[in-house]
Design a protein around this ligand. Structure first.
Ligand code: 9MR
Length: 334
């Protein structure tokens, strides 16, 4: 065998193979969730509890892996307006300041919800409740104007069968309260994207169809709604056969869709597969603008079935790798 240098043809082939590698590899090789999502213009976020930010492993994992945060509890009604008209933004501000110092985006959660209302609001009736709701939305959305890119304006207002949840808001204010909440939020912060957010909307079903009909009605009448949040509190093996089609039908109404509270009970490959299905689905829908998981680590999840991407010791789980690969594949099916 002779030891000759490559001839011109071979040199050209080598050069073009190197060029192809140079052009294709770096863009697909992001090594964190946030950077990988950002390559397709999306965000990858986590719900945050402010009192955990002093734990270095928590803060380091959050800062390294994610490019968006949402307050798990600190921006809710009970936290932000403990007494009528007296706002307390300390918990929410802590999270916003921490995130902005690290170049991360902030989602807002949530302006109006039947749960976690301060006790003073729970007993209000009629126009007293209406005024309190609108005053609350205005106060909080004004304060965070320019800081949050999207608000969950209304959270969890529908039942499984597609009827309205019989909350104090529904009973006292009637069917128009959701529209009123969106109009008030739009006036308070015209630039934030305004979302309706719910769970159990993980496919085409009675609940998601009722929400779909509401969004279609809002869009047709010019009620300001920009996005729908799909919480996606799931378990390994859940049937997600119409998950992507459901996202797509909302997107086709002209709203963005976001995965807002993703977690998947289970472990190992089953958990990883469900995380992958959700991520693939978002990547396949161009109006799916990002994914938020409902916590950084299993250690502090609201659930006791280890549903997140990092374990109690902040180690990456199989589910983490599945999500990262899905983000890097850009929603491919391999
Ligand atoms: O994770 C939140 C938990 O710390 C609170 O105790 C709980 C109070 O209801 O709310 C949890 O977050 C919920 C979110 O705000 C709305 N969707 C369901 C979430 C899990 O319950």
């Amino acid at each position: 065998m002779t030891d000759r240098p490559p001839n011109r043809g071979m040199r050209r082939r080598i050069a073009s193979a190197v060029a192809a590698l140079t052009f294709t590899s770096p863009a697909q090789a992001a090594t964190t969730l946030g950077a990988s999502a950002a390559e397709s213009g999306r965000y990858f976020g986590a719900a945050v509890a402010g009192n955990r930010l002093s734990e270095s492993a928590y803060a380091n994992t959050l800062a390294a892996e994610f490019n968006s945060v949402v307050a798990e509890n600190a921006m809710k009604w009970d936290a932000t307006e403990p007494n009528p008209g007296q706002f307390n933004f300390s918990g929410g501000d802590q999270i916003v300041n921490w995130a902005q110092a690290r170049g991360m985006k902030v989602r807002g959660h949530t302006l109006v919800w039947h749960a976690q209302q301060p006790s003073w609001a729970q007993g209000l009736t009629g126009n007293n409740l209406r005024n309190a709701m609108n005053n609350h939305i205005t106060g909080v959305a004004n304060h965070y104007e320019g800081d949050v890119f999207a608000w969950d304006v209304v959270n969890e207002a529908f039942e499984w069968d597609g009827s309205r949840r019989q909350s104090n808001l529904q009973i006292q204010l009637g069917n128009g309260w959701i529209e009123e909440a969106f109009r008030t939020a739009d006036a308070a912060d015209p630039s934030a994207r305004l979302c309706y957010n719910d769970y159990g909307t993980d496919g085409i079903n009675a609940k998601s169809t009722a929400i779909y009909n509401m969004v279609r009605d809002f869009r047709s009448r010019g009620v300001p709604i920009d996005c729908v949040g799909f919480q996606s509190h799931l378990s390994a093996g859940d049937n997600l056969s119409s998950y992507q089609a459901n996202l797509q039908r909302f997107a086709d109404l002209g709203v963005d869709v976001e995965i807002t509270e993703l977690d998947v009970g289970g472990s190992g490959s089953g958990q990883a597969a469900t995380f992958k299905t959700v991520t693939d689905s978002c990547m396949a829908v161009s109006r799916c603008t990002g994914i938020t998981v409902w916590g950084v680590t299993d250690k502090y999840s609201w659930r006791n079935d280890d549903p997140l991407l990092f374990d109690d010791n902040y180690q990456k789980k199989q589910a983490y790798t599945a999500v990262l690969n899905s983000l890097n594949e850009g929603g491919g099916t391999c």
